[in-house]
Write a protein that binds this ligand. Structure first.
Ligand SMILES: *Cc1c(COP(=O)(O)O)cnc(C)c1O
Length: 394
């Protein structure tokens, strides 16, 4: 495996030789002044585009007022954000952290606390094959990535993995030791795999029948990404716990764990963190959510989603694209051969940033503010790349 030619950064991944210096809306600029069309949206993070004025303004105002009050006190934006999230969701309580993995760690701990208090010490959590829940040791253990199976052994015990969209497999794994089921409603890193409506309804029912906690990891799907504020709304169910991150801060690191009142069961000291409720992060999230609501961003998500899918259908016949899938602006499709990495690389050389989460699949997750003109630009470069790829194959 070729290692990046950088002497001082710890090697963790392959990166192209590009240094990003500036962002605006759906575009990024590198150190040479080259302009890129960003259809990974800072990894499903910059939901309002790069450096939206509303967010810059909110962070600046808060920075001038109070950057850090310490986790030992309430602060104003912390209280306001909790109120707002509870107001727009089915949950009753919020806990804040900085990253998605941290929010999921909190969810895992809360589910285990529930098992300890209510279920005789039950601690097992059922998750799904191909799921992604983060890179801490516990969230890697929870994740169903084949490639991670033998990494960093011994793993945190107590995680069982069932194939996605397979309710029978889940049912088989439930025992007296089970305290929770944890799923993504759309597996993002797993390749944009959408949970079936009936599957999620059955999961809710299974959890009710067996007194289990249903955790939905909406770190990628939350905050309008799927066309609803939260993806669970589409399934007409109420989870017991939801985790949010990525889009929540629009680029500022912040995450949230939301829970039903019956899970307000941590004892003092069970959970916390130096940066829980950090005022800058809270102000960023408040601004993001308020802007999504005020600017009717969800309408744009729906419109652009339909347009992209329609246009991808047109390309599908010509270039053997299959399985166009996803919701809102979390979309994926398959190529006929495992050349997705190469296609993404070729797009990048034409200044379009897209993602290949799996060897044969492409994922699009542009800012929720993306416009038709930018979609057309993306489609133009994508088609050019697919055409070139096809000619190379012949
Ligand atoms: C990105 C992601 C995470 C991890 O979030 P980090 O902020 O990278 O820790 C967890 N779950 C899902 C579904 C994600 O997409």
């Amino acid at each position: 495996m070729p290692k990046q030619n950088n002497d001082h950064l710890l090697y963790v991944t392959n990166r192209p030789d590009i240094v990003m210096v500036q962002g605006n809306g759906t575009y990024l600029w590198d150190q040479n002044g080259d302009k890129y069309l960003d259809f990974i949206g800072g990894w499903a993070v910059t939901c309002l585009g790069h450096c939206p004025p509303s967010l810059v303004d909110a962070i600046t105002k808060q920075a001038n007022l109070l950057i850090n009050a310490s986790p030992a006190f309430y602060n104003r934006p912390m209280l306001d954000l909790a109120d707002l999230l509870i107001d727009i969701s089915c949950f009753d309580r919020a806990f804040f952290a900085s990253s998605g993995a941290e929010a999921n760690e909190g969810a895992i701990k809360l589910a285990r606390k529930f098992g300890a208090v209510e279920k005789n010490g039950a601690y097992e959590i059922i998750t799904t094959v191909n799921s992604f829940h983060g890179r801490t040791l516990a969230t890697m253990s929870a994740s169903g990535k084949e490639h991670w199976k033998n990494l960093f052994e011994p793993k945190v015990p107590g995680f069982l993995h069932a194939p996605f969209n397979d309710i029978v497999a889940i049912r088989k794994l439930i025992s007296a030791k089970t305290c929770a089921i944890m799923i993504e409603l759309i597996q993002g890193e797993g390749g944009v795999n959408v949970a079936d409506h009936e599957y999620v309804q059955d999961l809710r029912r299974l959890c009710d029948e067996n007194n289990l906690i249903l955790i939905v990891d909406e770190i990628q799907t939350g905050l309008g990404r799927t066309g609803k504020m939260f993806a669970y709304e589409d399934y007409k169910i109420e989870p017991d716990i939801m985790t949010l991150a990525k889009g929540l801060g629009g680029g500022f690191p912040v995450s949230a764990l939301l829970a039903k009142e019956k899970l307000n069961i941590f004892s003092a000291g069970d959970q916390g963190g130096t940066y829980t409720g950090q005022p800058l992060a809270m102000a960023a999230a408040l601004s993001v959510i308020n802007t999504i609501i005020k600017d009717n961003i969800l309408d744009n998500v729906q419109q652009q989603s339909e347009y992209i899918q329609e246009k991808l259908q047109d390309l599908a016949e010509k270039y053997s694209l299959t399985n166009i899938r996803g919701k809102g602006l979390l979309l994926g499709f398959d190529l006929a051969t495992p050349v997705a990495g190469k296609v993404a690389e070729n797009c990048l050389s034409l200044k379009l940033i897209i993602n290949a989460p799996q060897p044969s699949s492409i994922r699009l997750m542009p800012p929720l503010t993306v416009c038709k003109k930018e979609v057309d630009e993306m489609l133009f470069i994508l088609e050019k790349t697919l055409k070139g790829n096809l000619e190379n194959e012949c």
